[in-house]
Design a protein around this ligand. Sequence first.
Ligand code: FE
Length: 200
Amino acid sequence: MDLKAMFNIQYGLFVCSTQDQGMDNACIVNTFSQVTANPNRVMVIINKQNHTHDMIMNSQVFTCMPITVNADFSLFERFGFQSGKSVNKFTKTKATRISNQTLILNTDEINSYITANVIQSVDCETHTMFIADVEDCQVLNHVESCTYNYYQSKIKPQPQATLSKGWRCTICGYVYDKEVLPDDYICPICKHGIEVFEKI
Ligand code: FE
């Protein structure tokens, strides 16, 4: 078995937001897609360690926004590399409230939004899959959506060539500068596990 086959799956990138008990929060996800067209049903898969996960569990509603190729790396830092448990991710972000539970980002960074009500939650051990019916969706502009590959090659800062040993997080570029990567190691920046680290 060659696990690198999993890296050949193409993904989009999205900001997934929700509101619970008057608080807004959001995280970056690559696992959002349409399930059926009629009824218009979508799914998003969220890591249980994300604060957004627990908030969707409570609110049963989320909004996914396709990130555009014009988005800056700072978008990924704001929504992907810090936890909503410790910071309000929207304090440094221009956002517009569309409805009670829908807060959308600046249109420089996203091209659409899709708000959906959860109808089923599937426990996937480390993650939960939320299956949801679309309540509202709008196109905001026609800028191309950012794929995961585009993020890796064009948006993420490229690693420095001077480092000669250790492990590099392929998501955010963080370098763990020791020879052996512990099995339970979690990236301190983006919180992904050892499966996303590559040997330098
Ligand atoms: Fe990382």
